[in-house]
Design a protein around this ligand. Structure first.
Ligand code: ZN
Ligand code: ZN
Length: 103
């Protein structure tokens, strides 16, 4: 499934801690089978087991009312998988240019 509208809004909101984060996800969509190593589908049985959640992600993960509640693949710039992009003079464009918005 594609990125949900709420995550898309966060992705392009400079004040959000996942602004431009290429692996943004929530419980409404996202990776499942491609990260699973075993059942049950719990973080410890996925490739996300190598990424310890930061306090912000953990708060979302444990909040029953949050759409990231028990979303196994959640992460952010601080705690999740990283992807970097540099321009021709070595300037890090990762947070602002990896994901572009096309209308
Ligand atoms: Zn979402
Ligand atoms: Zn995090």
């Amino acid at each position: 499934m594609s990125t949900c509208e709420e995550c898309q809004a966060e992705l392009f909101d400079p004040s959000n801690h996942r602004y431009g984060y290429p692996f943004i996800t929530c419980a409404n969509y996202g990776v499942r089978y491609s990260i699973m190593n075993d059942l049950p589908y719990e973080r410890k049985n996925t490739s996300m087991r190598f990424f310890e959640m930061c306090s912000t992600c953990e708060k979302e993960y444990t909040d029953l009312l949050d759409r990231r509640y028990h979303a196994q693949p959640i992460g952010c710039w601080k705690c999740g998988p990283q992807l970097t992009l540099y321009d021709n003079v070595g300037q890090d464009l990762s947070r602002s240019k990896i994901i572009a918005k096309y209308n």
